[in-house]
Design a protein around this ligand. Structure first.
Ligand code: AHR
Length: 488
């Protein structure tokens, strides 16, 4: 066997927060408009303006938490523009993304209706870059107040007597960049000030989320933790996998093998980034009270030919699926400290799990990875040692993580090689006689779903196990990810 995976099925580790399987939706390109929101009068089947095919697909993967309204858009968003009668909502130009008109027809109530239909928690990212403390404080009051104030009455007048009980609250986005170009010392003070006015209404204490660094910038983390750590519940991290350079990322669907391995090597740096930032956080937070939230991650390729460059629309292949499998295994393995992650973005933008074209919809290979990994949500992490050859670019050929829930062990193992199969010996201590069943997603590394052939890549049942004296023997084809369930 070239690879062995040893899982200790008897020693339970941290709970894998289901919010690690979260998503992000910004007013960007066709994510909100067309992807999620079609309006009540659309011929596309919808409930209260939200497209039903997308909601149904998201319910199937039990999407736990959804971040909105941005991204860079968040720091230019004024929530009052998006409430009340649609015909009187303010029109603005989305200066960040494509210069298109934003008519604010999708606002606070529509977002929370989307979350209600999907069955997920809302995570709202407030405007700090160009919004006032008062504006932000009144948004919190509008959403969560159970009192009889003028602001709460506005919510009643807009059709929602009950508070929305929003829990996750981002205080700015990328404030080192599009959110105001601040320096960490300045933002730390701004955060301290804004979070003071994130009031608790009823029992709804907000989870206060501070803007963290981009990629490899431990100084931002250090300053934030030192000066404002005690005021926050979580700190964010953004890390995109950008093949090539920002100027020449290359096409999502057209790449050669060196670029494939380079992409995986760049995605794999997530493990290093988590360790690095968490080590800095530990200095100021020995009790591990502050969680880490990776609220933007995923592959960022060149836009599809002929599409608006500001819309960030890209196809999604098995290469992206491998990045998702690798990254989700990395998050699971740091379940002790990573409390949420949000892939960018939900529909039609960057590494989307869903693409739409008018009334058509398809599920990308990345969607199917989220589907396969579902049993990890809120399960207990198990120690999982992987002995594997290393590929070009320095990444292990096989990536895996394991968890225990309801008496069953789930191991998600990805063979990241685009060329060679992986012969694996899997031994799970304490589950030597367990029954094994599996599901696999596999395809040539360029394989993808298109509107002409939307089911080309999809999971299949996997039964290719052989019981040996030393554990289960299995062979994973090149470019594949398998979820193996072991139970009595
Ligand atoms: O996801 C696209 C953009 O990437 C977001 O708006 C911003 O936060 C990040 O730079």
């Amino acid at each position: 066997m070239s690879v062995s995976i040893h899982v200790d099925g008897k020693r339970e580790g941290a709970k894998i927060n289901k919010n690690i399987y979260g998503h992000f939706s910004e007013h960007l390109g066709r994510c909100i408009y067309g992807g999620l929101w079609v309006g009540e009068n659309s011929p596309i089947p919808n409930v209260n303006g939200i497209r039903s095919d997308v909601v149904e697909a998201l319910r199937r993967i039990h999407l736990p938490v959804l971040r909105w309204p941005g991204g860079c858009f968040a720091d230019e968003y004024h929530w009052r523009d998006g409430i009340g009668p649609k015909e009187s909502r303010k029109r603005m130009v989305n200066t960040n993304w494509g210069g298109v008109v934003e008519d604010n027809s999708f606002g606070t109530h529509e977002f929370l209706e989307l979350c209600r239909q999907v069955g997920c928690e809302p995570y709202i990212n407030a405007n700090v870059g160009s919004g006032t403390v008062q504006e932000m404080a009144e948004w919190v009051e509008y959403l969560n107040s159970d009192g009889d104030s003028t602001i709460a009455r506005q919510r009643w007048a807009n059709g929602h007597k009950e508070p929305f009980h929003v829990k996750y609250w981002g205080v700015g986005n990328e404030n080192w960049g599009c959110g105001g170009n601040m320096q960490p010392e300045y933002y730390a003070d701004v955060f301290r000030r804004y979070q003071t006015f994130c009031r608790t209404y009823g029992g709804d204490r907000l989870v206060r989320i501070a803007c963290g660094p981009s990629g490899d910038d431990p100084r931002w983390t250090q300053v934030l933790m030192e000066k404002a750590g005690r005021y926050m519940d979580a700190l964010t991290l953004h890390h995109y996998t950008v093949p090539g350079t920002w100027e020449h990322k290359g096409s999502a669907a057209g790449f050669d093998l060196p670029r494939y391995y380079e992409t995986l090597a760049k995605a794999d740096t997530m493990a290093y980034l988590l360790d690095k930032h968490l080590a800095v956080m530990d200095i100021y937070d020995r009790e591990h009270r502050v969680g880490l939230i990776v609220d933007e991650w995923g592959c960022w390729h060149d836009v599809e030919a002929g599409t608006n460059p500001g819309f960030l629309y890209q196809q999604n292949t098995m290469r992206d699926a491998m990045v998702a499998a690798l990254t989700l295994n990395i998050f699971n393995r740091r379940a002790d400290r990573v409390v949420m992650a949000n892939i960018a973005q939900l529909v039609n933008v960057l590494q989307a799990v869903i693409l739409t074209d008018g009334e058509k919809m398809l599920l990308t290979p990345t969607y199917h990875v989220f589907d396969l990994y579902q049993p990890h949500m809120d399960a207990k992490l198990l120690d999982c040692a992987v002995f594997s050859p290393v590929m070009e670019g320095g990444v292990k050929q096989v990536s895996a993580s394991a968890s225990l829930k309801d008496g069953a062990v789930t191991v998600t193992a990805a063979n990241l090689s685009a060329e060679s199969e992986a012969e694996i010996l899997l031994d799970v201590e304490g589950f030597e006689r367990a029954k094994a069943e599996g599901r696999i997603l596999t395809g040539e590394c360029h394989a993808m779903n298109t509107f002409e052939n939307p089911e080309h890549v999809r999971p299949q049942a996997f039964n290719g196990f052989r019981q040996t004296e030393r554990g289960l023997a299995l062979t994973l084809p090149s470019c594949s990810v398998c979820a193996i369930r072991l139970h009595e």
